[in-house]
Each structure stands twice: as structure tokens, then as C-alpha cells.
Design a protein around this ligand. Structure first.
Ligand SMILES: [Fe+2]
Length: 216
């Protein structure tokens, strides 16, 4: 549920940009999805670091071995795009990929969407699935996350268990990364960093939107 108390708030459809169209194009029937569970966690890192981790998959090849077996995360194959406040990543499934998950199903590839400032949407290849939830700043060094998981009404429990275990592993790998990045930045040892124009273009987009919102 999206709520905006502003009297002249923009329509939700405008804020979502091309996300619904991309999801429909993938073949996911959102009207058939059934809520499964809510996953919650707190991460010891600033919310912007958590968001930026979500926005690039340059780290996937080394940090997420199982994910990199499932998806072609090379810069040439892994598609990044922006549309207003929306950032999208579309990863093709590898030939024979999915050593830990059965990827045969209605969805041929992944989609990971980020709606600025802090909403993440994940769709994995295989059976109909989506998880959606925000990254909420608690303090400058602590972030709360939740993800609501939905599956197609016909998806069997064994496949749901596979995906939940897979995503739990990816989440653990990302936690190590973002908490490490936060400790590094908090040390004060770095004045600033550099972004790789291609692989990290969505982080650049995120930072530009944040700068504009701050009036900087
Ligand atoms: Fe990651």
C-alpha cells in the first residue's frame, strides 16, 4: 500500500514509471499473487549504503556465487536503466543456471527495481514470485528493512522453500558487505569514492536524485 498525505501528490502510476509495464512484459500476473510472509531485519549501516548495494551488481560475481550461477551478471548482459525515480536491473538467466534452484517456470529472467528514495522490488526467474519492501533509516548507522514475499497461487511449497533459502543466503552475503562498507566510511579514512560510469550508473542516479531532494 502506498500512501502520500500531500494534497497535490503525483499519481502513483507516475511515481512507478515503467515498473508495472516491465513486470507485465516479463509475464508476471500480479493479480494472481498471494502473500506468503514478511521478512524483517536491521542492518548496521547507513540507509544510503544499503540502497547503493541494491543498485549495482558489479559485486555479484564475487560476493554472490550462487546468484552469479543463476544470472549472467557480466556488464554486457546485465541491463541497467532508469526512468524518473525508478532504477531497474534485468538479468538474463544463465544457460543451465540454477544449481540450487529450479528455474523452469513462467519467468525467464530476473528483475530488480528500486524506486527512489528507498523501495526495493525483487523478481527471480522461475515460478511467479515478487518481494517488495523499503529500506528505512533508523539512525545514521542503522537501517530497518522488510520484504513482503508473494507467490503465484499455483506455486508449490518446495519451490517457495528453494527461493526463500536462496534469497536468505544472498541477504547474508549483502549484510557482510554493507556493514563492512559502513565501517570503512565511518572510519573517516576516505574523503570520497569514485563510481564506475557503467556498472554503477544507478548509484549515480540515486545520488543525483538525493542531491536534488536536498536542494544541493
Ligand atoms: Fe548484493
Amino acid at each position: 500500500m502506498f500512501v502520500n498525505a500531500e494534497r497535490d501528490a503525483e499519481p502513483l502510476a507516475d511515481a512507478l514509471g515503467s515498473m508495472p509495464a516491465q513486470v507485465a512484459e516479463l509475464g508476471l500476473d500480479v493479480d494472481d499473487l498471494v502473500f506468503y510472509t514478511r521478512w524483517e531485519t536491521e542492518v548496521e549501516a547507513n540507509w544510503k549504503i544499503v540502497c547503493e548495494n541494491f543498485l549495482e551488481c558489479y559485486h555479484c560475481q564475487v560476493a554472490h556465487p550462487q546468484l552469479a550461477e543463476m544470472l549472467d551478471v557480466s556488464a554486457d548482459a546485465y541491463a541497467l536503466s532508469t526512468d524518473g525515480r525508478l532504477s531497474s536491473q534485468r538479468g538474463p538467466t544463465r544457460e543451465g543456471g540454477g544449481t540450487t534452484m529450479h528455474l523452469d517456470g513462467e519467468l525467464p529472467r530476473s528483475q530488480f527495481h528500486f524506486l527512489w528514495p528507498n523501495l526495493g522490488v525483487n523478481i527471480f526467474p522461475g515460478r511467479p514470485n515478487i518481494s517488495i519492501g523499503p529500506m528505512v533509516p533508523l539512525t545514521p548507522d542503522r537501517t530497518y528493512r522488510f520484504l513482503d514475499y508473494f507467490f503465484g497461487s499455483e506455486v508449490d511449497q518446495a519451490w517457495i522453500d528453494e527461493l526463500m533459502a536462496f534469497d536468505d543466503q544472498v541477504g547474508k552475503e549483502d549484510r557482510v558487505l554493507v556493514e563492512g562498507v559502513h565501517r570503512g566510511i565511518a572510519s573517516g579514512g576516505l574523503e570520497h569514492g569514485w563510481l564506475m560510469g557503467r556498472s554503477e550508473q544507478l548509484i549515480g542516479h540515486f545520488q543525483q536524485l538525493t542531491r536534488e531532494a536536498l536542494g544541493a
